[in-house]
Design a binder for this molecule. Structure first.
Ligand code: SF4
Length: 441
């Protein structure tokens, strides 16, 4: 949903940015990685003397952290800028994130935009804002994605219950539908020592659960310049984190099936801290389509990963990403995907409708699937997901599992998740917030 911007009395509202109390507001489009980066940017700016405002309120600077995966990133971005223009015409507008890296010129032409920051400059926000003058034409600070290097650690902290900690960025894979490598660059990671230090600091600030986040997490271990020079890999990272005191729970946000090794599965199965929960992108249950997508596995490998997980952890939650309507996906090939998922012991699906992206290989493919068929397939898989989720929840009915309750209160209710990612809702009770509680399902 697009944010509203309230018209409020100006207060410290100003157009020159050299005055003392500058206010700044952020809006994030897209994934958890973007959220963790916005969160870090906002802390950086507060350390640099800016005062944070809600995006709905008036601010001297508005920053929109964009996404290239959402279908209508440009439309959404334009609408938000227009809204800012109407309500706060003298405020500075900065656009960063994946869309800003992919289409800087297009964004700079949106009326009201003052600054476009590409992937390499995102974390130099404060420096760039200080150089800005409202009324000048939009400034672009961006370089070719091949030249982007370095790693900026980021984490989101909402109510201090759980945090999304970015440990890896970029991707060296070349899936034919994906623009992320063009927007985020080559695969780079933090060091294990740094991640452990961040986990210790987060534990000291009261965080109980860390969700390890990255673009291609299983590829963890390549340094800030994209080269693998040490023995560090995702398994050794998990092993090191397993020993950090104070963090009770880790989740792995998503991992490619070909990188989900038996070692990692068995570490999760034997750890008290790594939750029995995996999210594994499949994208298609047809080997033909997988090959067109340039994915690095066949459906047999995927089924094998699920079988290994379930043999060690029958209670494990498994989430699956799947794309429908990829070029060449006939009714028969879609049925293969449907049947494959139907028969797999998985818990839920995230279903994406294929949409064309500039500069991707898939754009050259023939046998484009009509949009109405894509939508019908999406609906069919969402229904399947609902059934899978219900089945998973029902199979745990009556069991007692550990739930970490979150702080947010919505209409007097609070939410939490079991170790294996079953959502629990109950009346808000302060005593439950950020506590791990035995809960009968
Ligand atoms: S693994 Fe494929 S889909 Fe995932 S970010 Fe890399 S290129 Fe994109």
């Amino acid at each position: 949903m697009l944010p509203k911007i309230n018209k409020i009395p100006h207060g410290s509202y100003l157009c020159g940015l050299m005055a003392e109390s500058r206010t700044i507001a952020f809006h994030t489009l897209g994934c958890k990685l973007n959220f963790s980066e916005t969160s870090t940017l906002s802390r950086q700016m507060e350390n640099d003397g800016f005062v944070k405002r809600e995006f709905d309120d008036l601010a001297d600077v508005y920053v929109i952290n964009t996404c290239s995966v959402t279908d209508n990133a440009d439309k959404e971005c334009r609408q938000i800028v227009r809204r800012i223009q109407r309500r706060a015409p003298e405020s500075m507008v900065v656009i960063t994130g994946c869309y800003a890296q992919l289409k800087p010129k297009e964004i700079a032409e949106i009326p009201g935009v003052d600054l476009v920051l590409g992937a390499a400059e995102k974390f130099n926000l404060s420096h760039h804002i200080r150089q800005l003058t409202k009324g000048d034409s939009a400034k672009i600070s961006s370089c070719d994605i091949e030249d982007v290097s370095g790693f900026n650690a980021s984490w989101s902290i909402n109510d201090r219950t759980r945090t999304f900690l970015k440990v890896q960025d970029g991707c060296d894979y070349n899936c034919s539908f994906c623009t992320i490598p063009m927007a985020r660059g080559k695969s780079r990671s933090d060091s294990i020592a740094n991640v452990v230090k961040h986990a210790e600091d987060l534990a000291a600030s009261g965080v109980k659960e860390i969700v390890l986040t990255g673009v291609n997490l299983g590829d963890f271990g390549k340094g800030p310049d994209g080269a693998r020079t040490s023995q560090e890999d995702f398994y050794s990272l998990c092993k090191a984190l397993d020993h950090v005191d104070g963090i009770s729970r880790y989740r792995i946000s998503s991992i490619e099936p070909n990188l989900l090794t038996n070692e990692i599965i068995s570490l999760v199965a034997n750890s008290d801290k790594f939750m029995p929960h995996f999210h594994i992108p499949l994208q298609s249950g047809s080997n033909e389509i997988l090959s067109m997508m340039r994915r690095r596995y066949k459906r047999e490998l995927y089924a094998d990963r699920v079988a290994v997980i379930k043999s060690l952890m029958p209670h494990c939650a498994i989430g699956v990403d799947v794309i429908v309507g990829f070029p060449g996906e006939t009714d028969e090939l879609f049925q293969q995907t449907f049947d494959f998922l139907h028969d797999l012991e998985i818990s839920y699906l995230h279903v994406f409708t294929y949409s064309e992206r500039e500069h991707t290989k898939a754009l050259e493919y023939k046998d484009v699937v009509p949009m109405n068929i894509r939508h019908n397939r999406n609906k069919a898989l969402r229904n399947l997901s609902y059934m899978k989720m219900r089945h998973f929840e029902e199979s745990h009915r009556g069991q007692t599992r550990k739930v970490l309750f979150e702080g947010h209160s919505k209409s007097g209710m609070m939410e939490g998740y079991t170790d294996n990612y079953i959502k629990v809702t109950t009346t808000h009770q302060m005593g439950f917030v950020n506590q791990i509680t035995d809960w009968k399902l």
